[in-house]
Design a protein. Sequence first.
Length: 105
Amino acid sequence: MSEEADFVPYEVAMQIVGNIVEEEHLQELNRRVLNVYDKEGVELCWYDADEIMAEAVIENPKDQEGVKRACVEVVMHQIPKWALEDLLKRKKDEKEKKNNPSGVE
């Protein structure tokens, strides 16, 4: 990352992250990304898979499950605060919409 980012504590990340999925980049061939989803399956943020692999402490590169665990650990320590803020705003908007479905004040 080129700029400093504030990250949520690991314990908070554990509460909000539902899944981390490696996928192809939508616009760049041969580039993989790690999409981070909340517990409801809504995307929170994404990371360049190669950058995360470079940061991960991988004891045995042939152990695919170990590689995945190491990458997940890196990501879980780097969930940006803005992703949590976006999640909280979405939850607030959903609650308001549920409490006032007509949109009339």
